[in-house]
Design a protein around this ligand. Structure first.
Ligand SMILES: [Zn+2]
Length: 289
């Protein structure tokens, strides 16, 4: 199996994720990837199961404390974007029900979204306008070239089958002085080193695992470069983690979170705190011709 990002045949097995699937690591570009990828049928089965709700993608119209928590995270992301761009059109790829775009709209951006789920995209359309949200993949959308000032992808790039295809399409939709912000798990983190195969981001629906180095390689392939990199912080609360870790059981975190959930009063369980959980944010710009 050659590396899907750089094409190198120098790929080694890092470990078995499940009996029939492995995490492979490319010795040239450093990307880690799942082999074989789950097929569409398997993904559909996974996403229709109860545990999928833990990902937060199927959030219904309003779930008070989860919404507040997500919006707190999105405000952090927006403040990072506003260091570089303060107005214009924002495209959120994998926009789900449109939380991030709602926050962006409030801060003066024009919101656009792409969302694969028909259910979620309909909610986003209701909020942001029929024409502003495309239901499908980024590759399928027909927004005109160089339309956007900002393109964001949160927890998306690890799910796509061919990251270079997705990122190239994004680069084509971006204005020459625009920026792409990607939030994703980071393999060069303490949590990855400590937890090894039990790292919480190693999941069968995550096909790719990047670091600064491998993301830099991928960006270069798409005529982009990394302008900014940081460890990503997320707003979290115990209520949310309790749902998440009981749907996706973890040998250590599930009992710890359950204990906290039992001990804390309801108000404290819903209080947000900011935490870095093995993820990174990168801002990409186009290379000058
Ligand atoms: Zn590679």
């Amino acid at each position: 199996m050659d590396c899907i990002v750089c094409g190198s045949p120098q790929v080694e097995i890092k470990f078995d994720l499940m009996p029939e699937r492995q995490i492979l690591c490319c010795l040239k570009c450093g990307v880690e990837f799942l082999y074989p990828q789950m097929n569409d049928e398997e993904l559909k089965k996974l996403y229709s199961g109860n545990s999928y709700q833990a990902l937060g993608v199927q959030d219904t119209r309003d779930n008070g404390s989860t919404k507040k928590m997500k919006i707190a995270t999105f405000r952090l992301r927006l403040s990072l974007i506003r260091n570089y761009v303060t107005t214009g059109k924002v495209l959120d790829v994998g926009c789900a029900t449109g939380y991030f775009l709602e926050a962006a709209k409030e801060e003066g951006f024009q919101p656009y979204g792409v969302e694969l789920s028909e259910y979620s995209s309909q909610i986003a359309k209701d909020k942001l306008g029929e024409e502003n949200v495309f239901c499908g993949t980024l590759e399928q959308c027909s927004f005109p070239p160089k339309m956007f000032d900002v393109i964001t992808m949160s927890d998306l790039i690890q799910h796509v089958r061919i990251p270079a295809q997705t990122l190239s399409k994004a680069a084509g939709l971006l204005k020459d002085d625009g920026l792409i912000m990607i939030m994703m798990p980071d393999t060069k983190t303490v949590s990855n080193n400590l937890m090894g195969r039990r790292w919480t981001h190693y999941k069968p629906e995550h096909f790719f695992y990047f670091s600064h180095g491998s993301m830099s390689y991928l960006a270069g392939k798409c005529n982009l470069h990394i302008m900014h990199y940081e460890k990503s912080k997320k707003a979290l609360n115990i209520e949310y983690l309790h749902t998440q870790y009981n749907a996706y059981r973890h040998w250590l975190l599930t009992p710890v979170v359950n204990l906290l959930h039992a001990l804390l009063p309801a108000k404290a369980r819903k209080k947000n705190f900011y935490f870095s959980i093995g993820e990174m944010v990168v801002i990409l710009k186009k290379n000058r011709p």
